[in-house]
Design a protein. Structure first.
Length: 431
């Protein structure tokens, strides 16, 4: 790991600063929007706009990279992000903020594609898994650090908008000045959603519903905390709790997934997170309970993304895995776009408790559908080694670009080829 950090410190440090800025402006939207008098539904649309932009950027940004190169795209999108972040308080209109969030989502998608291309280019087969692990870890730490800055500032002023703009601007300096060669970029070949659904109905349906839950946690957590009457310090701790839970539970759940039927683990994790959500809905006035629920919810929901990717791959040929991952990202994005507006409408009618209830209902539906699918198909349970390659691909909502997932899938393909070669050798020797 020290060698990985030594080789990629500029990229890792830059992405840490970027996620501090991104996490700060993301949480600030809910707090400042409420102070400006935006309705819960309008705030939910602002949250959803980010995922709309990200979904478009994941398909368009690679074309820009292929046309003008990584460096130009990286610099252009970085300047856009910095300019947009500082523009929010200039015009306090929810629909202008929606447009700005679309730009943020689009730009960050291109930044992720570019940064992860560089990371993949500098890593070797022996260090790629550790590199992705470090990459996603610094992003989570950046989001947690952002909440500490938020709690120390005044959301009604300009300073909390200036700080993320500065951090985003600074984040690109170490990356652009890095001596690492610019990598070649090749987009993954497409796979139709019909083909993907045929290969894994549970993977597609589960990923669609999971997108709504992810978006709810990411886009609506600050809105919920504001509606629930939390102070700024409490709000920051609450938003951080989801990422702390992800850090604590990601590896143990990944370890378990390589040793049991993944469907059972997906169902179990969905049920645990769903029950935790019901507890949050019933005891939303007790902050310590809500904080614990946030840790459990984040800890069991976040790994579901990687679990579903790994489960889907169990039913695919190695050459189809990268394309399938792109399809799963697209499906997840559709759910993420739809999730916040629906949650915002329900919260506007029912109150903040609907934040938890909405996610619980979806998670229980994932579990029920998973149980039904178990009656329709025999398990393709594989030996250990499948989950680790994808477990770092999407810990954070919106942080998984096609490059990150495709890189993870390359590790999976290599492992599958090694297992196949070993099986052939055993068959040839008669052992």
């Amino acid at each position: 790991m020290l060698n990985v950090i030594r080789a990629s410190w500029a990229l890792l440090f830059g992405m840490f600063l970027l996620q501090v800025g991104n996490g700060l402006q993301g949480s600030l939207m809910g707090v400042r929007g409420a102070l400006e008098g935006f309705t819960t539904f309008q705030l939910s649309l602002i949250g959803s706009a980010y995922f709309l932009g990200f979904l478009g950027g994941s398909s368009i940004a690679p074309k820009f990279i292929a046309r003008v190169g990584h460096v130009r795209v990286f610099a252009a999108l970085g300047s856009l992000i910095s300019a947009v972040v500082i523009s929010y308080p200039i015009v306090s209109d929810p629909y202008v903020w929606m447009a700005l969030r679309v730009v943020i989502g689009f730009s960050l998608s291109g930044v992720y594609v570019t940064a992860e291309s560089w990371l993949n280019n500098s890593a070797t087969n022996e260090t790629r898994g550790q590199s992705l692990s470090a990459y996603m870890l610094v992003q989570m730490l950046g989001f947690v650090a952002a909440q500490g800055i938020l709690s120390a500032g005044d959301p009604s002023g300009w300073l909390l908008f200036v700080i993320p703009s500065i951090l985003v601007s600074l984040s690109f300096a170490p990356i652009l000045l890095s001596a690492t060669p610019t990598p070649a970029f090749e987009a993954a070949r497409p796979m139709t959603l019909r083909q993907l659904y045929t290969a894994s109905p549970f993977g597609v349906v589960g990923m669609l519903m999971l997108g709504a839950v992810f978006a709810g946690q990411y886009a609506m957590a600050a809105v919920y905390a504001t509606e629930a009457g939390f102070g700024l310090g409490q709000l920051s701790l609450f938003v951080s709790s989801f990422f702390i839970g992800a850090i604590l539970f990601q590896y143990p759940i990944g370890w378990m997934s390589d040793r049991m039927d993944r469907r059972l683990l997906i169902i179990g994790a969905a049920v645990v997170a769903g029950v935790a959500g019901l507890v949050g809905a019933m005891f939303g006035d007790v902050f310590t309970v809500v904080l614990a629920v946030g840790v459990v919810s984040g800890g069991f929901v976040q790994p579901l993304y990687a679990l579903i990717i790994a489960y889907t791959n169990d039913y695919l040929e190695p050459e189809d895995m990268a394309a399938a991952s792109g399809g799963l990202i697209f499906v997840n994005g559709l759910g993420a776009i739809a999730g916040p507006p629906v949650m915002g409408l329900i919260m506007g009618q029912v109150g903040p408790a609907a934040f938890w209830s909405f996610m619980s209902v979806i998670l229980f539906l994932v579990a029920v559908y998973g149980v039904w699918r178990m009656t329709q198909r025999v398990s393709a349970y594989a030996d250990e080694g499948d989950y680790e390659a994808v477990s770092y691909a999407a810990i954070l909502p919106g942080a998984a670009s096609p490059v990150a997932v495709e890189t993870a899938q390359e590790l999976y393909v290599e492992a599958a080829e090694e297992l196949a070669e070993a099986a052939e050798e055993e068959a040839a020797t008669g052992e």
